[in-house]
Write a protein that binds this ligand. Structure first.
Ligand code: GLA
Length: 690
């Protein structure tokens, strides 16, 4: 996003002037200028100060700081304050606090305590958004609206009476008749049949397994309810300030609601990225999520929050080592962010987050952290040409919330436990193996390509994927109407399609496709799965590669799951080496039209994934640059230039071999040919010279 005619990387963070006496504000502005901050997000949790009672709005203090920021050319991303409602509002309307699955209503005293379907909350946010938009319409500092904050972070599931009523209404609209609902839900099972809409309760924990279609519909309903809340504010704001773009900052956990619903009503995607500095796989964790954010609108996104150093919510919160904050900021830019923003400007003195780092730490401006912030703010001025450039991924991974919610059951936190009693006590819905994780599998396939420095878009299953060369749909459990046709067209036209075990089990109503998995995809894959055998914890089988397959070892390990499959038209590339299905296909390739469709009937080990991804890329002429372990390469480009981001995630200096040509490093202005040395946590952004 560009907030004025001159492109710039947005740099700043959440700013809570209300936590500080006014004398500090002047000092804040001075330090912001020193750090080259050009945007701050304010008003994010200030509802009680903006509306001390139902009929009073007090914008005076916010006007003052907005004016100060405008006078200093610092743009404002204005929060609508609705993620933490004031205590007076909660106390006045007893339906505001959400109700847990256990039936317990949450107490007030924190944020995100509201129920997504509370009429009183909904009315109040619409009113506040309207008052704010009318008040700040035309303000020079206002450049972006920031609606709410991390929808569904704490309150993703509510089981109150309002939600129950809303669910019944939603079901009536969807199914029209009870006969239809009873049929689609299969309520003949265990005598569940409904004779009146009002008999349908919010699906709280019961004595054992619950109706899976009902559980999924409830999740879909709540998900749409969150989108509805967003639209409640968005509509009002757009009407009053049509020229100001609108965003809401997403959390990294996408399982809580369907993010794809927001696609047509966000001007820019923004998100909060908090990888753990104590985990060496953090860079992969972040790369996947950046890719998801970028893919949502297919254009640059905003890194709305990251920690200047440590957070306060991992069990142990180590600090970001010197250089790490800079490296991860560039990683976000490399994957498509046009901003580097933080939570938060000044570390809090009071409240729940006082142990969280700030751009200005408790120690003050003479600190290492503020020093690194200032250096980065200054350096980012050199990379303004990158703004608006894109990443041209030729590989896409499809993500389907319905498959995710069906497999990684969102009901009951204990449901993934290996302990039988815990499993049953909290279980929403029986499933063949707790070792299967939808998102874990998606991550596994993403990493196979990411490890080879190949960019991957992560798109909703309903997106048009025809432009990609390779499309991967890991454990795509549910096949929706129209999907089979899209895959056939894609593969028929020369695309490579990859899918795995557990794909094609159920239709959109969670009913199993009879006649073998992967249901509607049997044709395009040229296989039929007759039965499945989830492996016990630690259980392994062997993938035995067919003799004529180049680029593979003879054998690999596999775990988690084994399908017992037959080929129809597919070629068997590997078979299982053990058990009663020894010799049956576990890795197949089907030529379909001018493309290929692969099926993995198990979870292969990492060695296999590397060789398999390498083969697929080579077959499609997709470059996989060879780099030292720990170095990441991502390229952004526009119609004029390409920017190669070399990111050294290693704690040691390293040397990288460059492709042919002469390159200039945007950050240092130095020229390189042949090789480049990267410091520990070092970054270079190379542009090829003519
Ligand atoms: C989230 C929230 C912020 C803050 C940070 C702390 O991202 O949006 O308000 O609480 O976490 O890490």
């Amino acid at each position: 996003m560009t907030t004025d005619t001159e492109p710039k990387v947005i740099f700043g963070g959440d700013y809570f002037p209300e936590q500080w006496p006014e004398e500090i504000w002047k000092e804040d502005i001075r330090l912001m200028k020193q750090a080259n901050v050009n945007m701050v997000s304010i008003g994010i949790f200030a509802w009680a100060l903006l509306q001390p009672d139902e009929d009073t709005f007090t914008f005076g203090w916010l006007d003052k700081i907005m004016d100060m920021l405008a006078d200093n050319d610092i743009d404002v991303c204005l929060g609508t304050s609705t993620a933490a409602q004031p205590t007076w509002l909660t106390q006045k309307y007893d339906d505001i606090l959400f109700v847990r699955e256990s039936g317990e209503q949450v107490a007030c005293g924190s944020r995100q305590t509201y129920c997504v379907n509370s009429p009183a909350y909904k009315k109040a946010i619409g009113r506040l958004a309207k008052e704010m938009a009318l008040h700040y319409k035309g303000h020079k500092a206002l450049k972006l609206w920031h609606i709410n904050n991390e929808y569904a972070n704490k309150n993703s599931m509510c089981f109150c009476k309002n939600c129950e009523k809303g669910f019944q209404k939603w079901l009536k609209k969807k199914y029209k008749t009870l006969d239809n609902l009873n049929r689609c839900w299969g309520t003949v099972f265990w005598s569940e049949k409904y004779f009146d809409w009002e008999q349908i309760n919010a699906p709280r924990a019961s004595a054992g397994g619950r109706n899976a279609t009902k559980l999924l519909d409830y999740k879909r309903f709540l998900s749409e309810s969150f989108f509805g809340l967003y639209m409640e504010e968005c509509r009002v704001i757009r009407q009053i300030t049509p020229d100001i773009p609108v965003t809401t900052n997403f959390e990294g956990d996408w399982s809580k609601f369907d993010h794809w619903l927001f696609k047509d009503d966000l001007d820019v995607v923004s998100w909060n990225c908090y990888p753990n500095p104590n985990d060496c796989s953090s860079r992969k964790w972040a790369a996947l999520r950046h890719s998801m954010m970028r893919s949502l609108l297919g254009k640059p996104f905003m890194l709305m929050e990251q920690a200047p150093s440590q957070v306060d919510w991992y069990p142990i919160n180590i600090s970001k080592r010197p250089g790490m904050m800079r490296l991860w900021s560039y990683q976000a830019i490399a994957h498509g962010s046009d901003s580097v923003m933080f939570f938060q400007w000044r570390a809090s003195k009071k409240g729940a987050e006082k142990y969280h780092s700030g751009m200005v730490p408790h120690y003050g401006a003479e600190s290492r952290v503020f020093g690194e912030i200032c250096a980065l703010g200054d350096e980012l001025k050199k990379v303004k040409d990158i703004v608006g450039s894109t990443i041209n991924a030729e590989v896409a991974i499809l993500i389907d919330d319905d498959s995710w919610w069906t497999i990684d059951n969102p009901y009951g936190s204990g449901s993934k436990s290996l302990d039988n009693e815990v499993f049953w006590a909290a279980n929403g819905q029986p499933f063949p193996s707790v070792l299967v994780s939808y998102f874990g599998e998606l991550e596994y396939y993403f990493n196979a390509f990411y490890n080879l420095n190949v960019p991957v878009d992560v798109i909703g299953v309903n997106y048009d994927f025809s432009k990609y060369k390779v499309v991967v749909a890991p454990i795509l459990h549910m096949i929706k109407p129209g999907f089979k046709e899209s895959v056939k067209e894609f593969v028929g036209n020369g695309g490579t399609f990859i899918t795995t075990y557990l794909t094609g089990f159920i239709d959109e109503n969670v009913g199993v496709f009879p006649g073998g998995y992967p249901g509607p995809l049997k044709d395009v894959l040229g296989i039929e799965v007759e039965e499945y055998d989830p492996l016990p914890l630690g259980g392994k089988n062997v993938i035995k590669i067919a003799a004529e397959l180049d680029g593979f070892r003879k054998e690999y390990g596999c775990s988690v799951w084994c399908d017992v499959a037959h080929t129809t038209t597919a070629k068997t590339l590997a078979v299982f080496g053990k058990d009663y299905y020894s010799g049956s296909p576990c890795f197949t390739e089907n030529q379909f039209g001018s493309g290929r469709a692969y099926y993995l009937a198990t979870r292969p080990d990492e060695g296999f994934m590397r060789d398999f991804a390498g083969k697929v890329l080579a077959d499609k002429d997709i470059k996989a640059p060879q780099l030292p372990e720990g170095v990441e390469l991502v390229t952004r480009s526009n119609s004029r230039k390409s920017f190669d981001f070399y990111l050294n995630h290693d704690n040691a200096e390293t040397e990288v071999k460059l492709p042919e040509g002469r390159y200039e490093d945007l950050l240092t202005g130095s020229f390189f040919e042949g090789t480049i040395k990267l410091d520990k946590y070092g970054v270079a952004i190379l542009v090829k010279k003519k």
